[in-house]
Design a protein around this ligand. Sequence first.
Ligand SMILES: Nc1ncnc2c1ncn2[C@@H]1O[C@H](COP(=O)(O)OP(=O)(O)OP(=O)(O)O)[C@@H](O)[C@H]1O
Length: 310
Amino acid sequence: MALSTEGSVSTAQAPARGSATVVARNIKVRYRVASTDAADMRSLPFARRVLLRAIGQRPKVTVDALRGVSFVARSGESIGILGRNGSGKSTLLRVIAGLETPRSGSVQARSNPVLLGVNAALVPDLPGERNVRLGCLAMGLSKRETEEVLPDVLELAGIGKAIYRPMKTYSSGMASRLRFAIAAAARPDILLIDEALSTGDAAFKERSERAMTKLRENAGTVFIVNHAAQVIEELCSRALWLMDGELIGDGPGPEIAHDYRWWSWNIAKEEHSKADDLLAEYREKWSPTPPDFQPPLPRAVTLRHAHTQL
Ligand SMILES: Nc1ncnc2c1ncn2[C@@H]1O[C@H](COP(=O)(O)OP(=O)(O)OP(=O)(O)O)[C@@H](O)[C@H]1O
């Protein structure tokens, strides 16, 4: 089962493993944000400074959240997105999901990507099991399909009797588990997961790993953002390493996650010069080769964010 471009469920045969599912070309995202840094105010021309002070405004600074990120994701891949706080991971997921428009570049996706937690339209006042039904229907399953997958969703979420209680009474971990279980049940072709998998206990971890394997076997592509590099080391066949909005590494998940952890550990221990040496070595080792965008994606592909380069 795969989500069609309209977000409804189609029963078209799963495409061959290894075919392109998401093609990202030179994505750039820039924010303009107000800054209280006195240095930013001082850097402005005198007249502008006077004007801003008079109207009580702060100077705006530019944040380049993504600086030309390109990659081709393929069916059957689980792709971890790694990087320190503010490196652009969530922004990249939002762009892939179509929730954010880049200032330049484009993303093509074979079908509608499902961003976990957003597409499942859950209602806090309703009990978990009612939300499971709602979520499955919202993700395009029919009523019959929803009833069929219900036991699997409840088993995967594994939150016991809490499933009969209103979702607003759930801990954030319980709610994340339920959302993941719903998203996995709908078997989207392209699933985007932001942080949800670090909240479970060992049993949930094992069940979620099995669910991910099923998704990949279905020739789908799963993207995972997680601060715990270990999660990516264990779950992802491939990893993208972002730093200050730049894609500095693209390669096998376990190896990149291992190197990322070692680099982060040295930073945490304030071994800055060692961390710098490691970073230079890893940049070279995992430097993303410019993706080969040929042959083009099949004609059926949705064109998202069609933008000309600035
Ligand atoms: N809506 C926004 N307005 C202004 N700046 C933003 C906005 N969203 C993100 N940013 C900035 O863009 C950069 C990338 O943010 P993003 O949330 O993508 O990073 P991240 O790697 O997911 O971070 P974290 O690991 O802390 O969740 C950061 O500098 C952030 O401050």
